[in-house]
Design a protein around this ligand. Structure first.
Ligand SMILES: C[S@@+](CC[C@H](N)C(=O)[O-])C[C@H]1O[C@@H](n2cnc3c(N)ncnc32)[C@H](O)[C@@H]1O
Length: 352
């Protein structure tokens, strides 16, 4: 390796971190220590902290080197479309670990990245780690909105440069950045892109970049092996991720059930109203069928009453016609002329 960059000058990379789920970042912890050692930042900001594996590693290095560095972790601590949503206990657990160890130089800023950016002076941040939502648009927006805040010795780290599925676009954005800045990327643990943004980088960091670009495969291999060996980042991690996701899903369910329990009185009130409405509907249906039965009966009666007089009139008329025919037959000089029983002219029956 290059004379200017010597791993043995950085024993810090062998420190032991505290690790909690999720484990996606832990393979980069040795490099997090190294980056702090090389850059000696005055201001360090992380966008996207979750349970704190990456951020606490940065803080651990700042603390170990006793650097005069202000550190800030920015996160809404709610999760996003890629990490999925998680509960309050993630933030509480991080706080209880972070505050006593690092609270004197570091703060957890609970805000969206866009809300937080206004709280930082232009040109002040030396090390920015971006690990929020991983779509192309989101990572590009985060980079561009925080760019004015970077100092002339700044380095930006982008996590998840190796992931191409599920709409991840960090790798594509990193490729675009590599046309503008000196860049290097680690491929393990979902990938970590190193972007040398500042025009006046510390000599130690420039030496690392030269070495990394000259011997990229051995640099990648070394940090991947160290991450795996020191922090147990190997295949079973997928199994752990599965269990972890299941635990998170369970927690979301518990959250929903708790919400329902809280709303129980109002739900019962609504249920009672629904029951009342159903009772009314049943009563109304019964009343309607009674009325229908009554109407049918009335119709039957009316039809009967109406038909009866009509039949009487017809019988009366028939009798009249018969008598008229007999009288005509008896009349002298009668030429037997059949009496028409139906006529277009109405005949007025005379009383019998
Ligand atoms: C991939 S996780 C961070 C992982 C973390 N660096 C580690 O070491 O495990 C992404 C985090 O970014 C947060 N996040 C995403 N977009 C955000 C935004 N626009 N504002 C605030 N927080 C955001 C989420 O809440 C989530 O905790």
């Amino acid at each position: 390796m290059n004379r200017d960059f010597r791993l043995e000058d950085h024993p810090l990379i062998l420190m032991q971190p505290r690790i909690v789920p999720p484990y996606g970042w832990v393979g980069h912890i040795p490099f997090a220590y190294l980056a702090v050692d090389l850059l000696r930042p005055h201001s360090l900001v992380e966008l996207g902290t979750h349970s704190g594996n990456s951020y606490l590693a940065f803080c651990q290095a700042v603390h170990a080197l006793e650097l005069p560095c202000r550190c800030t972790a920015v996160d809404a601590w709610q999760g996003d479309a890629h990490t999925l949503h998680y509960g309050e206990q993630v933030y509480r657990a991080l706080r209880s670990r972070h505050d006593p160890l690092y609270g004197d130089f570091s703060r957890l800023l609970r805000a969206s990245f866009d809300e937080a950016v206004g709280q930082f002076e232009d040109g002040g941040i030396d090390l920015l780690h971006i690990d929020g939502l991983h779509t192309y648009e989101a990572v590009r927006h985060d980079f561009e909105s925080w760019l004015p805040k970077l100092s002339d010795r700044a380095v930006v780290l982008l996590h998840d440069t190796s992931v191409r599925e599920r709409g991840f676009g960090v790798g594509r954005f990193f490729e675009e950045l590599s046309n503008r800045y000196a860049c290097f990327d680690f491929r393990h643990s979902h990938g970590l892109g190193v972007v040398a943004v500042g025009s006046r980088l510390p000599a130690a960091f420039e030496a690392f970049m030269r070495e990394a670009q000259a011997s990229s495969e051995s640099m990648r291999g070394f940090f991947e092996a160290l991450g795996r060996q020191r922090h147990g980042v190997h295949r079973p991690v997928d199994l752990r991720r599965g269990v972890e996701r299941a635990a998170e899903a369970l927690e979301r369910e518990v959250h929903v059930v708790r919400g329902l329990q809280l709303r129980r009185p109002s739900i019962e009130h609504v249920l009672e109203e629904v029951r009342d409405a159903v009772r009314l509907l049943v009563l109304e249906a019964r009343a309607r069928s009674n009325v229908e039965r009554e109407v049918n009966a009335m119709e039957m009666r009316l039809r009967h009453d109406h038909d009866a007089p009509a039949a009487g009139v017809l019988a009366h008329f028939e009798r009249y016609v018969e008598r008229a025919r007999v009288r005509a037959l008896r009349r002298p000089g009668h030429h037997h002329r059949p009496l028409r029983r139906s006529s277009t002219r109405p005949c007025t029956p005379r009383p019998a």
